[in-house]
Design a protein around this ligand. Structure first.
Ligand SMILES: [Zn+2]
Length: 201
């Protein structure tokens, strides 16, 4: 099973979602599923309609209690973009946010040679949160010790921020990816061009 084209309220293609995410958005009432004629369905109506279909391009989700078609196209009804999912605050995600580079010297290292550093040290009540934690190599971490970057003469290369990643990758599928027929009429020239330019959020 593949992916679902996501339209905004104005029927403009804004993203491509993993089918699970697409189904979740419909289930939560944040999006409606669209059939080939762009007729909208809420989740219950979609499940009911699916029971009459024998074959659908994107396949069926089957559970012990229900079976329904994976929508090839959905339309957001409350937002113009797919709502962001919170990024978990973990060691790995801090490294990923900082692209595995030390915030002080800028060197890129494998994760087993990196530490998390509190910009405002814990000993001074520095918080354990996205905006106070950066990736640091061991030597920089040792050198900075319990000091502020200014005191240590080690300015930050970037201000740490809470990441705003979404589940979406590029705006439209990779140019070489197969584009389902149902999407073709919905992808404007502009959107196609953006996809080729690999526009991402
Ligand atoms: Zn360093």
């Amino acid at each position: 099973m593949g992916r679902t084209l996501v339209l905004n309220r104005s029927f403009r293609a804004v993203a491509v979602a993993d089918w699970r995410r697409a189904v979740t958005l419909v289930y939560m009432g944040l999006a409606e599923a669209l059939d080939d004629d762009l007729t909208p369905y809420d989740f219950a109506a979609w499940v009911a309609a699916s029971s009459n279909w024998i074959e659908v391009p994107a396949g069926f989700v089957q559970s012990p209690t229900m079976r329904f078609a994976v929508p090839e196209v959905i339309r957001l009804v409350r937002y113009d973009r797919i709502p962001h999912r919170e990024v978990a605050f973990t060691r790995h995600n801090v490294f990923a946010r900082d692209r595995y580079k030390c915030a002080y010297c800028g060197k890129r290292k494998p994760s087993d040679e990196l530490d998390l550093d509190h910009v405002i040290p814990r000993s001074r009540d520095g918080a354990n949160e996205w905006t106070n934690i950066v990736t640091s190599c061991r030597p920089c971490n040792l050198k900075k010790a319990d000091r502020l970057p200014d005191e240590a003469g080690m300015p930050l290369k970037n201000r740490p921020e809470r990441p705003r990643w979404s589940l979406m990758g590029s705006l439209v599928p990779h140019p070489r990816a197969h584009i389902p027929d149902s999407w073709k009429k919905l992808l404007t020239q502009e959107t196609k061009a953006a996809g080729e330019g690999r526009v991402s959020q």
